[in-house]
Design a protein around this ligand. Structure first.
Ligand code: MG
Length: 273
Protein backbone atom coordinates (compact mmCIF):
# COMPACT_ATOMS: atom_id res chain seq x y z
CA UNK A 1 0.00 0.00 0.00
CA UNK A 2 2.78 2.37 1.00
CA UNK A 3 4.76 1.50 -2.14
CA UNK A 4 1.70 2.13 -4.34
CA UNK A 5 1.18 5.53 -2.67
CA UNK A 6 4.83 6.48 -3.10
CA UNK A 7 4.70 5.43 -6.78
CA UNK A 8 1.60 7.57 -7.49
CA UNK A 9 3.22 10.50 -5.67
CA UNK A 10 6.37 10.18 -7.78
CA UNK A 11 4.37 9.90 -11.02
CA UNK A 12 2.30 12.93 -9.99
CA UNK A 13 5.38 15.03 -9.28
CA UNK A 14 6.97 13.95 -12.57
CA UNK A 15 3.75 14.86 -14.48
CA UNK A 16 3.44 18.31 -12.93
CA UNK A 17 7.13 19.00 -13.35
CA UNK A 18 6.80 18.19 -17.07
CA UNK A 19 3.78 20.51 -17.31
CA UNK A 20 5.74 23.30 -15.62
CA UNK A 21 8.70 22.73 -17.92
CA UNK A 22 6.41 22.97 -20.94
CA UNK A 23 5.04 26.25 -19.62
CA UNK A 24 8.53 27.60 -18.89
CA UNK A 25 9.94 26.70 -22.25
CA UNK A 26 7.39 27.54 -24.96
CA UNK A 27 8.51 26.71 -28.47
CA UNK A 28 9.50 30.00 -30.03
CA UNK A 29 8.34 30.38 -33.60
CA UNK A 30 9.39 32.99 -36.14
CA UNK A 31 12.38 33.75 -33.92
CA UNK A 32 16.08 33.41 -34.66
CA UNK A 33 17.43 30.06 -33.54
CA UNK A 34 21.00 29.37 -32.49
CA UNK A 35 22.60 29.63 -35.90
CA UNK A 36 20.87 32.95 -36.61
CA UNK A 37 18.36 31.54 -39.09
CA UNK A 38 14.74 32.62 -38.61
CA UNK A 39 12.34 29.68 -38.58
CA UNK A 40 8.84 30.64 -39.74
CA UNK A 41 5.85 28.79 -38.33
CA UNK A 42 4.45 27.96 -41.77
CA UNK A 43 7.72 26.30 -42.74
CA UNK A 44 8.02 24.10 -39.66
CA UNK A 45 7.23 20.42 -39.60
CA UNK A 46 8.30 17.71 -41.96
CA UNK A 47 10.17 18.89 -45.06
CA UNK A 48 7.80 18.58 -48.07
CA UNK A 49 8.73 15.89 -50.54
CA UNK A 50 6.38 16.89 -53.39
CA UNK A 51 5.89 20.27 -55.16
CA UNK A 52 2.11 20.19 -54.47
CA UNK A 53 2.65 20.47 -50.71
CA UNK A 54 3.94 24.06 -51.15
CA UNK A 55 1.34 25.23 -53.72
CA UNK A 56 -1.84 27.04 -52.57
CA UNK A 57 -5.06 28.02 -54.36
CA UNK A 58 -6.81 30.08 -51.66
CA UNK A 59 -7.53 32.90 -51.16
CA UNK A 60 -8.27 33.66 -54.80
CA UNK A 61 -6.55 36.90 -55.89
CA UNK A 62 -8.95 39.60 -57.21
CA UNK A 63 -8.60 40.49 -60.88
CA UNK A 64 -7.81 44.11 -61.72
CA UNK A 65 -7.67 45.56 -65.20
CA UNK A 66 -4.53 47.71 -65.16
CA UNK A 67 -4.10 51.24 -66.52
CA UNK A 68 -4.77 51.13 -70.26
CA UNK A 69 -4.90 53.98 -72.76
CA UNK A 70 -4.65 56.44 -69.90
CA UNK A 71 -7.67 54.93 -68.12
CA UNK A 72 -7.31 54.18 -64.38
CA UNK A 73 -7.29 50.58 -63.13
CA UNK A 74 -10.70 48.92 -62.84
CA UNK A 75 -10.79 49.06 -59.03
CA UNK A 76 -9.54 52.66 -58.68
CA UNK A 77 -11.50 55.52 -57.13
CA UNK A 78 -11.18 58.34 -59.63
CA UNK A 79 -10.65 61.65 -57.82
CA UNK A 80 -10.14 63.83 -60.87
CA UNK A 81 -10.67 62.92 -64.52
CA UNK A 82 -10.73 66.45 -65.92
CA UNK A 83 -14.50 66.80 -66.20
CA UNK A 84 -15.24 68.67 -62.95
CA UNK A 85 -14.02 69.50 -59.44
CA UNK A 86 -17.03 67.90 -57.75
CA UNK A 87 -14.92 65.59 -55.60
CA UNK A 88 -12.94 68.52 -54.14
CA UNK A 89 -13.53 71.39 -51.77
CA UNK A 90 -11.71 74.30 -50.20
CA UNK A 91 -9.65 73.10 -47.22
CA UNK A 92 -10.24 76.37 -45.39
CA UNK A 93 -14.03 76.44 -45.32
CA UNK A 94 -15.35 73.35 -47.15
CA UNK A 95 -16.89 75.50 -49.91
CA UNK A 96 -16.52 74.55 -53.59
CA UNK A 97 -12.94 74.23 -54.86
CA UNK A 98 -12.01 77.46 -56.63
CA UNK A 99 -9.12 76.20 -58.76
CA UNK A 100 -9.14 76.54 -62.56
CA UNK A 101 -10.63 73.68 -64.55
CA UNK A 102 -8.85 73.53 -67.92
CA UNK A 103 -10.10 72.33 -71.28
CA UNK A 104 -7.22 69.83 -71.59
CA UNK A 105 -8.49 67.73 -68.67
CA UNK A 106 -6.30 69.30 -66.01
CA UNK A 107 -6.79 71.75 -63.17
CA UNK A 108 -4.49 74.57 -62.09
CA UNK A 109 -3.91 76.24 -58.76
CA UNK A 110 -5.93 79.46 -58.56
CA UNK A 111 -3.44 81.61 -56.72
CA UNK A 112 -4.29 82.53 -53.13
CA UNK A 113 -7.68 80.80 -53.19
CA UNK A 114 -6.24 78.23 -50.79
CA UNK A 115 -5.54 74.51 -50.63
CA UNK A 116 -8.15 72.07 -51.91
CA UNK A 117 -8.89 68.59 -50.62
CA UNK A 118 -10.99 65.57 -51.47
CA UNK A 119 -14.44 65.32 -49.94
CA UNK A 120 -13.75 61.66 -49.37
CA UNK A 121 -11.36 60.44 -46.67
CA UNK A 122 -8.90 57.60 -47.07
CA UNK A 123 -6.64 55.39 -44.99
CA UNK A 124 -3.93 53.34 -46.68
CA UNK A 125 -3.77 54.07 -50.39
CA UNK A 126 -1.99 53.64 -53.66
CA UNK A 127 -2.16 57.06 -55.33
CA UNK A 128 -1.52 58.04 -58.92
CA UNK A 129 -1.28 61.75 -59.67
CA UNK A 130 0.21 63.78 -62.50
CA UNK A 131 1.48 67.33 -62.15
CA UNK A 132 3.10 70.00 -64.28
CA UNK A 133 4.96 73.18 -63.45
CA UNK A 134 4.63 76.07 -65.92
CA UNK A 135 6.84 76.09 -69.01
CA UNK A 136 7.36 79.79 -68.51
CA UNK A 137 9.73 79.87 -65.57
CA UNK A 138 9.28 82.51 -62.89
CA UNK A 139 10.97 83.00 -59.52
CA UNK A 140 13.60 80.91 -57.75
CA UNK A 141 13.98 78.22 -55.10
CA UNK A 142 10.83 77.38 -53.16
CA UNK A 143 8.88 80.03 -55.09
CA UNK A 144 9.12 78.25 -58.46
CA UNK A 145 6.25 75.89 -59.18
CA UNK A 146 5.73 74.97 -55.54
CA UNK A 147 2.73 72.87 -54.60
CA UNK A 148 2.40 69.66 -52.64
CA UNK A 149 0.38 66.53 -52.08
CA UNK A 150 -0.65 66.08 -48.46
CA UNK A 151 -1.42 62.48 -47.49
CA UNK A 152 -4.18 62.34 -44.89
CA UNK A 153 -4.08 66.14 -45.23
CA UNK A 154 -0.96 66.16 -43.02
CA UNK A 155 2.11 64.70 -44.70
CA UNK A 156 3.50 66.57 -47.71
CA UNK A 157 5.13 64.99 -50.72
CA UNK A 158 6.77 68.06 -52.25
CA UNK A 159 5.93 69.31 -55.72
CA UNK A 160 8.46 71.82 -57.04
CA UNK A 161 9.99 72.95 -60.33
CA UNK A 162 13.50 71.77 -59.51
CA UNK A 163 15.00 72.20 -62.96
CA UNK A 164 18.21 74.26 -62.57
CA UNK A 165 16.71 75.49 -59.35
CA UNK A 166 18.66 74.50 -56.24
CA UNK A 167 17.01 74.63 -52.84
CA UNK A 168 17.37 72.80 -49.50
CA UNK A 169 17.47 69.09 -50.35
CA UNK A 170 14.92 68.04 -47.73
CA UNK A 171 12.47 70.43 -49.40
CA UNK A 172 13.22 69.65 -53.03
CA UNK A 173 10.94 67.87 -55.46
CA UNK A 174 10.12 64.33 -54.29
CA UNK A 175 11.04 65.05 -50.68
CA UNK A 176 8.81 64.30 -47.73
CA UNK A 177 8.93 67.96 -46.82
CA UNK A 178 11.70 68.76 -44.32
CA UNK A 179 11.90 65.08 -43.35
CA UNK A 180 13.18 62.76 -46.06
CA UNK A 181 15.53 63.74 -48.89
CA UNK A 182 14.59 62.03 -52.18
CA UNK A 183 16.89 59.35 -53.60
CA UNK A 184 16.96 61.07 -56.99
CA UNK A 185 15.80 64.19 -58.83
CA UNK A 186 13.66 62.67 -61.56
CA UNK A 187 11.71 65.64 -62.96
CA UNK A 188 10.89 66.09 -66.63
CA UNK A 189 11.53 69.53 -68.17
CA UNK A 190 9.41 72.44 -66.92
CA UNK A 191 6.06 72.48 -68.69
CA UNK A 192 5.92 68.69 -69.18
CA UNK A 193 3.81 66.27 -67.16
CA UNK A 194 5.33 64.41 -64.19
CA UNK A 195 3.82 61.34 -62.56
CA UNK A 196 3.89 60.43 -58.90
CA UNK A 197 2.89 56.93 -57.83
CA UNK A 198 2.68 56.82 -54.07
CA UNK A 199 2.08 54.01 -51.58
CA UNK A 200 0.94 55.35 -48.23
CA UNK A 201 0.28 53.45 -45.03
CA UNK A 202 -1.22 55.64 -42.32
CA UNK A 203 0.21 55.76 -38.79
CA UNK A 204 -1.72 54.02 -36.02
CA UNK A 205 -2.67 55.49 -32.66
CA UNK A 206 -3.92 53.96 -29.43
CA UNK A 207 -7.07 55.03 -27.57
CA UNK A 208 -5.06 57.65 -25.64
CA UNK A 209 -3.87 59.22 -28.87
CA UNK A 210 -0.31 57.87 -28.63
CA UNK A 211 1.34 56.77 -31.86
CA UNK A 212 1.89 53.02 -31.82
CA UNK A 213 2.98 52.59 -35.43
CA UNK A 214 4.56 55.07 -37.83
CA UNK A 215 3.11 55.75 -41.24
CA UNK A 216 5.20 54.83 -44.28
CA UNK A 217 5.51 56.34 -47.74
CA UNK A 218 6.95 55.11 -51.01
CA UNK A 219 7.15 57.53 -53.94
CA UNK A 220 7.92 56.69 -57.56
CA UNK A 221 8.56 59.83 -59.63
CA UNK A 222 8.34 59.30 -63.39
CA UNK A 223 9.12 55.61 -62.84
CA UNK A 224 12.08 56.33 -60.53
CA UNK A 225 12.01 55.30 -56.87
CA UNK A 226 12.60 58.48 -54.86
CA UNK A 227 11.20 57.49 -51.43
CA UNK A 228 11.72 53.87 -50.44
CA UNK A 229 9.15 52.94 -47.79
CA UNK A 230 10.29 55.74 -45.49
CA UNK A 231 9.02 56.06 -41.94
CA UNK A 232 6.97 59.21 -41.36
CA UNK A 233 8.23 60.97 -38.26
CA UNK A 234 5.10 63.10 -38.09
CA UNK A 235 3.63 66.12 -39.83
CA UNK A 236 5.66 68.20 -42.27
CA UNK A 237 5.48 71.83 -41.09
CA UNK A 238 7.31 74.77 -42.70
CA UNK A 239 8.48 75.86 -39.25
CA UNK A 240 9.05 73.43 -36.38
CA UNK A 241 9.50 69.72 -35.74
CA UNK A 242 7.16 66.98 -36.93
CA UNK A 243 4.10 66.52 -34.72
CA UNK A 244 1.96 63.45 -34.19
CA UNK A 245 -1.68 64.43 -33.72
CA UNK A 246 -3.85 61.30 -33.61
CA UNK A 247 -6.12 60.92 -36.63
CA UNK A 248 -8.21 58.45 -38.53
CA UNK A 249 -8.89 58.51 -42.23
CA UNK A 250 -8.18 61.85 -43.90
CA UNK A 251 -8.43 63.67 -47.22
CA UNK A 252 -5.91 64.07 -49.97
CA UNK A 253 -4.94 67.75 -50.00
CA UNK A 254 -3.29 69.77 -52.78
CA UNK A 255 -1.35 72.89 -51.88
CA UNK A 256 -1.83 76.44 -53.08
CA UNK A 257 1.58 77.82 -52.14
CA UNK A 258 0.24 81.35 -52.60
CA UNK A 259 3.05 82.67 -54.81
CA UNK A 260 1.61 82.27 -58.30
CA UNK A 261 2.94 78.71 -58.66
CA UNK A 262 0.52 77.88 -61.54
CA UNK A 263 1.04 74.15 -60.93
CA UNK A 264 -1.46 71.92 -62.71
CA UNK A 265 -2.76 68.43 -61.87
CA UNK A 266 -4.53 65.71 -63.86
CA UNK A 267 -5.43 61.99 -63.78
CA UNK A 268 -5.77 61.54 -60.02
CA UNK A 269 -6.91 58.19 -58.71
CA UNK A 270 -6.44 56.01 -55.65
CA UNK A 271 -6.75 52.35 -54.83
CA UNK A 272 -7.61 51.68 -51.21
CA UNK A 273 -5.24 49.19 -49.62
MG1 MG B 1 5.03 72.52 -51.23
Amino acid sequence: MQIKFMLSLLLGVAFFSCQEKAKEQPIEKSEPVDDGVIVYEEYMGTEPSTPEETEFYEPVVPKVTPTMNGKPPSDAIVLFDGSNLDGWMSSADSTAAKWHLNKDGSMTVNDKTGDIQTKQNFGDIQLHIEWRSPAEVQAEGQHRGNSGIFLDGLYEVQVLDQNDNPTYVNGQVGSIYKQHVPLAMASVPSGEWNTYDIIYHAPEFNADGGKIKSGTVTVIHNGILVQDHIELKGTTPYIGWPKNPPHGKGPLMLQDHGDNSRVSYRNIWVREL
